[in-house]
Design a protein around this ligand. Structure first.
Ligand SMILES: Nc1nc2c(ncn2[C@@H]2O[C@H](COP(=O)(O)OP(=O)(O)O)[C@@H](O)[C@H]2O)c(=O)[nH]1
Ligand SMILES: Nc1ncnc2c1ncn2[C@@H]1O[C@H](COP(=O)(O)OP(=O)(O)O)[C@@H](O)[C@H]1O
Length: 223
């Protein structure tokens, strides 16, 4: 029988730093459940829920959604997976959100992808997303097998409305003013691990080795 204690992690980094890409690899290798705040919001927009309709203009303008809405949304999802190990991507994005998370759960580790803004701007103009699953592609880095269509479902891919150059600039500003203080919050708690670089394939082996030191990959027995 595989016995592993519950592991709770957060992945941070500026928009386009590779959080979704690295999270998919972590989920596959270590079996953590991937919770993406952006995917949850986009699913609500697609389904035209009340929340989705309220949040759409905020997201399209490159602004953060209100803290209380986000904290309620993510914490209710986490409560539904109380017995699972998880990795949250895109939350917390403000100190107030980190405090709300802290009140409910103790986070074991925070992985920060430190990627230069110049690298990010290039990437986001060629990001294509399967909106329902959150799978991401890139014309240069990981193109879909059939251009314009998701590898798994065969459904069409879309470019995000907030990936235009002007909105990306606004999102990077919001990151600097509202999200960078969260890094300090976690540094002071001693759980922050920083991974710097410009290529996900070079950053990933370091993230993988770090997580190997903390938990076992799936399908491997632990003593
Ligand atoms: N050129 C290039 N693109 C990358 C690399 N890593 C990720 N991407 C692409 O960059 C975009 C942003 O990555 P994503 O994982 O969505 O970042 P997130 O916004 O932090 O979740 C996507 O189109 C990825 O396919 C990389 O090393 N090189
Ligand atoms: N924790 C959060 N707090 C506030 N707004 C959020 C949060 N997570 C996502 N959003 C909103 O959704 C948008 C897209 O989020 P995400 O997919 O995580 O983007 P990125 O690729 O920029 O990291 C953000 O720019 C923001 O408007």
């Amino acid at each position: 029988m595989v016995i592993q204690r519950i592991f709770r992690a957060v992945i941070m980094g500026p928009p386009g730093s590779g959080k979704g890409t690295v999270s998919a690899r972590i989920a596959k290798t270590f079996g953590l459940k991937h919770v993406s705040s952006g995917d949850i919001l986009r699913a609500n927009i697609e389904a035209q829920t009340e929340l989705g309709l309220l949040m759409k203009s905020c997201i399209d303008q490159g602004q953060l959604a209100p803290d209380d809405v986000m904290s309620r949304l993510i914490l209710s999802d986490l409560r539904a997976m109380d017995r699972s190990s998880w990795l949250i991507d895109g939350f917390p994005r403000t100190v107030s959100q980190s405090e709300a998370l802290d009140d409910a759960y103790s986070v074991d580790t925070v992985i920060n992808l430190n990627v230069p803004f110049e690298t990010i701007k290039q990437r986001l103009s060629s990001r294509w997303t399967h909106l329902l699953s959150g799978r991401v592609y890139n014309v240069d880095f990981n193109p879909p097998k059939v251009p314009g269509f998701d590898d798994v479902t065969g459904e069409p891919l879309a470019q995000r409305d907030d990936d235009t150059p002007e909105t990306v600039t606004r999102r990077l500003k919001a990151y600097q003013t509202q999200t960078e203080p969260v890094l300090e919050y976690y540094r002071s708690k001693g759980v922050l691990e920083i991974f710097s670089g410009t290529e996900t394939n070079k950053i990933w082996p370091h993230v993988e080795a770090f997580l190997h030191s903390k938990l076992s990959p799936i399908k491997q027995k632990v003593s």
